[in-house]
Design a protein around this ligand. Structure first.
Ligand code: ADP
Length: 431
């Protein structure tokens, strides 16, 4: 637009006035851009200098050509006036463009022909704005003086303002759209991670069902077919019955663990049916039920048969489950002729139970993950049937009591699982 105004000025008031208007328009535009981009002021000042030079040179040359052609147009012919305007506009535009191309070439060795090709689409628009815009403005001012300028500028200013509003709004909408896309992408990523986690869990369950349940099932099938053949001595029958019961117990344990872990990890808080009970005596009861398994492997299961009472407040059934898992694991992962000890004591406001075994132990690199769901020591898979859920259940139940479960272990030497339950629970304190 500034070039159109300078063109109008040069036709109305002469070449020097056109140069002046071009220079002041460029200074104003540069100051405006400087204000919007204050930190880059040093470069902006350089740019002002170059722009003024470029603008004034091109308008000066355009003005010279315009004056020359106008001098030939003595009869004031419309066609000739039109040619003067058009030629001056082309000269103005091309000088501007080529000065800019020369600068870019000097700065970055850019290929001038390529630069011209890249910008050539703007040439007809510029020439049109300058010649038509400048011509109409000059005509308006000549005919209506200062009001002409208003008539010319008002619609331009208004439409420029409307255009700017439209651009701003589009920009805002684009930003909002980008935010929305980013939010949706995040949602999708989270859903994918959740899905991957679900797939992993599903695979783990399938592994338990296909691998761990298979062993007791095949054992039941095999011995049942031996039984069905008949003619077995009584002690053989008793032996088979024992194996069948053990296999059935294993299956029961797997099913119970799967059902229980689903409840415990569903996110709903674990409900505790609290009562006061003797933790030391609970060890006796649990050990008695596991004694048979220990005897089968000739494992010495040691516990105090008349222990001093340790009164705790908690869900007795759930703590019984914890002790059963810990003591049964100790027997399960200890070779024949080993020892398992279960003992309770009081320490620092906690009722503490240690379950110590002289078994296979857990490798140090697997120890930190041993309470995770489905986690089993690799070398133990062929030793005993299991789901890798027992210790995850133990941890959830102990933590529901604001207690702690700890483990120390040495491969080949044995493990110690320690359960700590607070003697004074938060609930008891509140009561
Ligand atoms: P599982 O059904 O496999 O016994 P658990 O969650 O009870 O599942 O135990 C997880 C794993 O921790 C077991 O597979 C075993 O490798 C290891 N583990 C548990 N208790 C002991 C122990 N007392 N000694 C050695 N390893 C143990």
């Amino acid at each position: 637009m500034s070039t159109a105004v300078s063109m109008a000025t040069l036709s109305l008031y002469g070449r020097e006035a056109g140069v002046l208007v071009a220079a002041s328009a460029l200074i104003t535009l540069s100051v405006l851009s400087l204000r919007a981009n204050w930190p880059g002021w040093a470069r902006a000042v350089e740019r002002i200098g170059f722009n003024i030079g470029m603008g004034t040179i091109s308008i000066f040359l355009a003005g010279t050509l315009f004056d020359l052609l106008n001098a030939l147009n003595t009869q004031n012919l419309v066609v000739q006036t039109f040619i003067s305007w058009l030629s001056a506009a082309i000269v103005n535009d091309q000088i501007n463009l080529w000065l800019l191309i020369a600068l870019l070439h000097l700065q970055s060795q850019a290929d001038p022909r390529k630069l011209w090709h890249q910008n050539k689409w703007a040439i007809p628009i510029n020439v049109l704005v300058m010649s038509a815009g400048g011509g109409v403005l000059a005509f308006a001012v000549e005919q209506f003086d200062i009001i002409g300028m208003g008539i010319f500028f008002l619609p331009i200013v208004l439409s420029a303002y409307a255009f700017r509003l439209y651009v701003n709004q589009t920009k805002q909408q684009m930003e909002r759209l980008e935010e929305l896309v980013a939010a949706r992408t995040n949602d999708l990523r989270a859903a994918n991670a959740e899905l991957a986690e679900l797939h992993k869990t599903k695979d783990a369950y399938l592994a338990v069902l296909t691998h761990d349940m298979r062993t007791p099932l095949s054992s039941i099938k095999g011995y049942a077919s031996v039984l069905s053949k008949g003619n077995l001595a009584e002690d053989q029958q008793r032996h088979i019955a024992k194996i069948l019961t053990r296999s059935q117990d294993s299956l029961m344990e797997i099913v119970n663990n799967i059902l229980e872990i689903e409840n415990l990890q569903s996110g709903t808080p674990i409900e505790l049916d609290r009562t006061d009970f003797d933790l030391a005596y609970l060890i006796v009861l649990v050990s008695e039920t596991i004694q048979a398994q220990a005897r089968e492997k000739n494992i010495s299961l040691q516990y105090d048969e008349n222990p001093t009472e340790i009164n705790v407040n908690g869900d007795r059934e759930k703590i019984k489950r914890v002790l059963t898992n810990l003591i049964a694991n100790a027997v399960k992962y200890t070779e024949e002729n080993g020892t398992v000890t279960a003992k309770a004591r009081v320490e620092d406001g906690y009722a503490v139970v240690d379950v110590v075994d002289t078994g296979y132990g857990i490798p140090a690199d697997e120890l930190p993950y041993i309470f995770d769901r489905f986690r089993r020591v690799k070398g133990h898979r062929h030793i005993a049937v299991g789901t890798g859920l027992g210790l995850a259940i133990v941890k959830s139940l102990v933590e529901a009591h604001q207690g702690q479960i700890l483990v120390t272990s040495e491969e080949g030497a044995g493990s110690t699982f320690t359960m700590k339950l607070p003697l004074q629970t938060d609930d008891a304190l509140v009561a």
